[in-house]
Design a protein around this ligand. Structure first.
Ligand SMILES: [Zn+2]
Length: 356
């Protein structure tokens, strides 16, 4: 065994039985799930949604948890790598730090390997099935310019967008998308707007907005849902490619927010789905300037995500601008985004004069 293998076993053994406090330190955003492992369901800390994530009942021993969409994370290492976008060595050193282990404490101990907990996760239908499902859904989809795609156009108009869209290959319409609840029961079939989630030109999964025939959000618990992610693909780093970026790329969290930026500015703008995914976004080659149209929300999640992405872009030599809706949050609002700005102030509010 080499030194790093020994070290990883030392850390693994030390973490066993202390994972909840390790996670509390390194992943405070899942504190509600840490309070009640195995019982409390919370929004997925990576992709968002409503309540698809929970820790395993034995999380203090295993450190593992599961998102019904992103899939099972059998132990604390894989959970933190997924959540933080860390490599294994990065996760190892962070966990060792929390446990107060210096890197030269190579005391070999008896290693107890635990069985993985894949069987506890509802989304763990096998990967071949997930891949086949993603392929089938995409093959069944139609252009958003197709006459049948009227629900998408009506929906976008109802949100205050003009409803006209370029025919991007990544944005499609599905006439009859199956909706399942968190217990995996089929609730019904709805028209849906589909968006392909990609990383490095590789499809990761599909984002779905469930609609009604007359262009409202479908009357379901989570009208916006990602399809499951096969275990050999990691959603962290990905985005929805609405058009090819040149030297400048704009990014947002939500799809409708991206469409508002496109409508107001004509810039190539990619939605990145959630604040966590925004902070881990892999900026494509050739982009020299990144404009982050961030959400303004009460928890500051959008602001933090924008800052994190901006810092990383700068270390890569990319010029960055963060554009946050100006003013303060109305008392009754959880957040405002650039679609709200478009609806309240019109496209002129998107004009920024750069000082040169
Ligand atoms: Zn997830």
């Amino acid at each position: 065994m080499n030194a790093s293998a020994i070290e990883s076993d030392v850390v693994r053994n030390a973490a066993r039985g202390s994972w909840l406090s390790v996670l509390d330190d390194l992943a405070p955003e899942i504190d509600k799930a840490i309070e009640k492992p195995g019982q409390r369901h919370i929004a997925c800390p990576v992709h968002g949604g409503k309540d698809g994530f929970r820790l395993f009942r034995d999380a203090n021993l295993s450190g593992g948890g599961c998102c019904n969409t992103c899939g099972p994370k059998p132990d604390g290492f894989s959970l933190l790598m997924w959540l933080r976008g860390w490599t294994f060595p990065e996760a190892l050193s962070a966990i060792a730090g929390v446990l107060g282990l210096s890197s030269d404490s190579h005391q070999p101990q008896r290693i107890v390997h635990r069985k993985a907990h894949f069987d506890q996760c509802k989304s763990s239908i096998n990967d071949d099935k997930i891949r086949a499902l993603l392929r089938t859904v995409w093959q069944e989809s139609k252009s958003i310019h197709h006459p049948d795609a009227e629900p998408v156009r009506l929906y976008l108009q109802s949100r205050g967008l003009d409803g006209w869209l370029p025919n991007w290959p990544s944005l499609r319409f599905h006439p009859k998308m199956q909706y399942r609840n968190e217990d995996n029961q089929v609730i019904g079939y709805f028209p849906a707007m589909l968006a392909l989630v990609e990383k490095d030109n590789r499809a990761i999964t599909i984002h779905r907005s469930f609609l009604t025939g007359d262009g409202r959000k479908a009357p379901v618990e989570s009208p916006k849902k990602l399809m499951p992610v096969p275990a050999d693909r990691l959603i962290v780093g990905s985005g929805i490619r609405l058009g090819n970026p040149g030297r400048v790329l704009s990014v947002t969290e939500g799809i409708e927010t991206a469409l508002s930026v496109i409508e107001a500015t004509g810039m190539v703008t990619w939605p990145l789905i959630s604040s966590t995914l925004m902070s881990h976004f892999i900026i494509p080659q050739g982009v020299e300037k990144l404009i982050i149209w961030s959400d303004l929300d009460r928890t500051h999640a959008g602001t933090f995500a924008a800052q994190k992405l901006a810092e990383r872009a700068k270390t890569q030599g990319i010029q960055v601008e963060i554009r946050e809706p100006s003013g303060s949050l109305p008392i009754d609002a959880k957040s405002i985004d650039w679609l709200d700005v478009l609806n309240q102030s019109g496209p002129n509010a998107f004009v920024f004069r750069s000082l040169s």
